[in-house]
Design a protein around this ligand. Structure first.
Ligand code: SAM
Ligand code: SF4
Length: 445
């Protein structure tokens, strides 16, 4: 790689793709650059440094990065006559390493466990050309990040990273590394500073967030109970959970901790036991359904959510119908569903029985029709109910504000409440994707 000295960037733009953990990492990267005295810009084409925080989970997500790099370079050249520095962070950086530098001639490649070094890498790249760091120290980065200073009414907080489950289709254990929990005190301190900075709701994040634990055996439920004691914090959520880590204490917390919102994202992926075994999911259809029964017994109004993959290698029509019947049995409030995408280096990528693309398309359509039906039914069931809405932003119409119900539905209402207010609302309209409410009294500010 030729070393072309560049001037140190003064402005930056961070763009995150993929999961909520990437959104969190992107915010932390922005804080790092700001701590160096750099200025953020919303216009990617105008920035001296563009950080693309990437996702490797499906092939489409990976390809997006390369097209985005081309688009930014073209826009920067045409609109501002400049060639910005490009840093590729996140899981594509981890998985592809130098390959991405070769293919896209980027300046910095930094993995998800090394981004605390981003300012140094940018300096190195400006002086000497390509700088690369894809080391995987066990979450050393958190101690090296600046304190949280600014946030909206809702904030993400990563508490656990990596995964040891090795589902046969998934790249996460290879790109994010082994499962590691951040220390209890560090999390509670960060939660307090987020609340001081304006957060009313915190979503605890992890690839297997319900596997979070410490040496004292506190467990995620213990952590949630500690956050429950933070004055000024009104709502707690967590995502994503694995069925095997759904312990009694956490289920009980759903019954006992008022700030813990009635929402559970518990991916199942498929409804057929042979497919679940081939996926190495280590739960069965029945064991999953029994967990949901216990959760519903603890918190009857809980909104359930999940992830599904259609067209896993060898999936027959009959096996796919088991997924549809599981959906019928659960009645989800909202879900994510994907076509299987073979990822290099994963066991499933070597399996026989590829499902033809047109069959995958057709199965995804049928699955999504069932999920949309259930989401509409869940929303319709909230019609006439009273609930609190946390106002997150302004709506498109004058006086309209947008917020979330306890069940994570988008609610719009006309009110003089401000962003960050918790408003007591009656739901007066239920659409398939959102609700409309009428403000009653302001519950808290
Ligand atoms: N740890 C979480 C779990 O086990 O559910 C989330 C992991 S992943 C970031 C989010 C979702 O992406 C998975 O639940 C799965 O549905 C989907 N996914 C992962 N690998 C995939 C692949 N190779 N093809 C299609 N979808 C995939
Ligand atoms: Fe991937 Fe499975 Fe780990 Fe989730 S549990 S991150 S799907 S390997």
């Amino acid at each position: 790689m030729t070393a072309t000295p560049k001037t140190q960037p003064k402005t930056y733009h961070v763009k995150s793709f993929g999961c909520q953990m990437n959104v969190y990492d992107g915010e932390r990267m922005a804080e790092l650059m700001a701590a160096q005295g750099m200025t953020a810009t919303d216009d990617a084409n105008a920035a001296d440094l563009v950080v693309l925080n990437t996702c490797h989970i499906r092939e489409k997500a990976t390809e997006k990065v390369y097209s985005e790099i081309g688009r930014i370079r073209k826009g920067a050249q045409e609109e501002h006559g400049k060639r910005p520095m490009v840093a590729v962070a996140g899981c594509v950086a981890q998985a592809e390493g130098e390959e991405i530098a070769r293919r896209a001639k980027v300046d910095v490649v930094v993995g998800p466990q090394a981004y605390h070094n981003l300012p140094d890498l940018v300096r190195q790249a400006a002086d000497k050309g390509l700088a690369l760091d894809t080391d995987m120290p066990a979450i050393a980065k958190f101690g090296a990040l600046p304190a949280r200073r600014k946030t909206g009414p809702t904030a993400f907080l990563t508490v656990q990273e990596g995964c040891d489950k090795f589902c046969t289709y998934c790249v996460v254990p290879y790109t994010r590394g082994a499962e590691v929990s951040r220390p209890f005190d560090a999390i509670v301190d960060e939660a307090k500073s987020l609340v001081d900075a304006g957060a009313h709701e915190i979503t605890l994040l992890g690839q297997n967030v319900n596997a979070w634990d410490d040496e004292a055996g506190t467990g995620l439920h213990g952590l949630i109970r500690a956050l429950d004691r933070i004055a000024g914090l009104h709502r707690i959520r967590y995502t994503t959970s694995h069925p095997n880590d759904m312990k009694d204490g956490l289920i009980r917390a759903h019954a006992e901790v008022e700030k813990l919102m009635p929402f559970l994202h518990l991916p199942v992926q498929a409804g057929n036991d042979r497919i679940l075994k081939a996926m190495n999911r280590s739960h069965t259809r029945d064991s999953y359904l029994r967990i949901l029964d216990r959760v519903r017994a603890a918190r009857p109004d809980i909104a359930l959510s999940g992830d599904f993959i259609v067209g896993f290698p060898g999936e027959t029509e009959e096996e796919f119908r088991d997924t549809l019947s599981l959906v019928d049995a659960v009645g989800y409030a909202q879900c994510f569903s994907f076509k299987y995408s073979p990822r290099p280096g994963t066991p499933a990528a070597e399996m026989d029985g590829a499902v033809p693309p047109e069959v995958m398309d057709e199965r995804l359509k049928r699955l999504q029709a069932a999920l949309n039906r259930d989401q509409a039914a869940f929303n319709a069931a909230t019609l006439g109910k009273n609930c609190t809405v946390l106002i997150e932003r302004k709506g498109k119409l004058p006086g309209q504000m947008l917020g979330k119900s306890p069940w994570l539905q988008s609610v719009h209402l006309t009110t003089d409440a401000r962003i960050g207010d918790l408003v007591e609302v009656e739901i007066v309209r239920a659409d398939p994707n959102s609700l409309a409410g009428v403000a009653k009294v302001k519950a808290a500010a």
